[in-house]
Design a protein around this ligand. Structure first.
Ligand code: GDP
Ligand code: GDP
Length: 433
């Protein structure tokens, strides 16, 4: 999926534009601890093209020097990670020296670049925008992020730069993305799995420009590993490394069927692990958790059980996920890891026949119907699996708006007990009938 980065100096309206682009969609905030700067990642679509948007963030309020260093970093990040750049400037302020600095950095770039002259809230300000030709970056769009005017034209232009997603239907091999924070042991795991065979496999160009699927066979299973473009620019700054690794995970997850989340047994399952987990869940991808470096853990009778229980508490309510304890070093349970990932892939494709589904679920519903709300009784009459790539179900009811989340979760859990959806996020809708 293409990534659109919004850059520009503080207060020009980047976050306002970001919020408009991602609308009600969920945004992921990448708060870097110790730094008063958030990066926002969200999804948007326009004219049938889906894309990711990053707002590279707010700033420490400080001197102009700090700003300049920050801006430079932000633009470099954007140039590294994004496919399309939107450079936001502010018509109220006109061109500032910092805008010129950013323009200088952007002028060298080959990536599609759009200049958005923001805060053009009315036609009178259109005339003021003309000065932005002096940035030397060519055409610009006049927009008002606050009232939305002009943003449609900007989005039209952005959408034109986004390639059509190729339908990849014939490709039946599972696509696994090995994700996790730095040093969890992702490369060690892949090396242990693939070893020197890495050289003899074929690379198949992926559906997006920056990811490559590589086909492997291990333990009798055929699968593709999704590989995202490497970090192109080495950064010495820790927060940026973390940001890069999150962005890589974002790309890899969007492109895979099953996210293989590698965590480091010697560390807590914490912020970044959780972030990647929820990213996979939100994208409705299959998930397997591999607790790596298990060789380093001192084991007593219940060590594994307790460790597993702790992770499950952290990933609640989506706890129906396989957790496997491995060691990339001693090659412990690698077969189990791959076998499970393949199972999750199969589970994600599972289709339940409508008649069977109704037979089972309507009986469950009859025995434990949704609670009446404000004296109104909800009657669920029929259900079906939707013809989607991932398991999604519609339950038709007289008063779908009265079905509350706990009941939805109850039905989900029942379905999980009856059908094997281990590792797979499922979606349940209630619809009017
Ligand atoms: P950022 O620092 O670049 O992310 O800027 P923000 O999105 O936080 O916006 C900075 C200020 O400009 C806020 O007070 C916004 O309400 C305001 N602003 C953003 N877009 C517009 C716009 O299109 N028109 C006007 N008049 N104000 C805007
Ligand atoms: P990545 O950044 O997630 O790709 O992590 P690496 O594969 O580079 O591993 C980070 C470090 O952890 C390296 O020093 C590895 O040797 C070490 N490591 C990886 N897996 C294991 C394991 O299963 N057991 C032990 N003891 N060390 C491991």
């Amino acid at each position: 999926m293409s990534i659109v980065a919004i850059v520009g100096r503080p207060n020009v309206g980047k976050s306002t534009l970001f919020n408009r682009l991602v609308q009600r969609r969920e945004a992921i905030v990448d708060s870097v601890s110790g730094v008063t700067r958030d990066r926002h990642y969200g999804k948007s679509d326009w004219n049938g093209k889906e894309f990711s948007v990053i707002d590279t963030g707010g700033y420490i309020k400080g001197s102009d020097d700090i700003f300049e260093a920050e801006i430079r970093k932000q633009v470099e990040l954007a140039l590294d990670e994004a496919d399309i750049i939107v450079f936001v400037v502010d018509v109220e302020q006109g061109i500032t020296p910092m805008d010129n600095e950013v323009a200088k950095l952007l002028r060298k770039e080959k990536k599609p670049l759009f200049i958005a002259v923001n805060k053009v809230d009315n036609a009178m300000r259109d005339a003021d925008a003309v000065e932005f030709y002096n940035l030397g970056l060519g055409e610009y769009f006049t927009i008002s992020s606050i009232n939305g005017s002009g943003t449609g034209e900007l989005l039209d232009a952005i959408a034109k730069e986004i390639p059509e997603e190729e339908e990849n239907v014939e490709e039946e091999l599972p696509r696994f993305a090995v994700v996790g924070r730095p040093n969890a042991g992702k490369s060690s795991f892949i090396n242990a799995l693939i070893g020197k065979d890495r050289n003899i496999v074929t690379n198949i160009a992926g559906t997006t420009r920056d990811s490559i699927d590589t086909k492997y066979n291990r333990f009798g299973f055929d699968f593709n590993l999704v590989d995202t473009a490497g970090i192109r620019k080495k950064s010495k700054v820790k927060e940026d490394l973390e940001f890069y690794s999150v962005m890589r995970a974002v790309r890899a997850i969007e492109h895979c069927d099953v996210a293989v989340l590698v965590i480091d047994a010697t560390r807590e399952f914490e912020g970044q692990d959780e972030k990647i987990f929820w990213l996979a869940e939100k994208n409705k991808k299959g998930i397997v958790i591999l607790v790596n470096k298990w060789d380093l853990i001192e084991k007593e009778t219940n060590t594994m059980r307790d460790y597993e229980a702790k992770i499950r508490r952290q990933i609640a309510p989506f706890t129906d996920v396989p957790i496997i304890f491995i060691s990339a070093l001693t090659k412990q349970r690698l077969l189990k890891a791959i076998e499970t990932a393949v199972e999750v892939f199969e589970n994600r494709k599972r289709k339940i026949q409508t008649s069977k589904l109704n037979e089972t679920m309507l009986e469950i519903i009859q025995n434990f119907p949704p609670p009446a709300i404000k004296g109104k009784f909800v009657k669920i009459k029929y259900c079906m699996q939707l013809p989607t790539h991932t398991p999604q179900f519609a339950f038709f009811a007289n008063l779908p708006q009265y079905v509350r989340d706990p009941y939805r979760r109850y039905l989900e859990n029942q379905m999980r007990e009856i059908y094997d959806f281990n590792g797979v996020p499922i979606v349940i809708y209630f619809r009017q009938k």
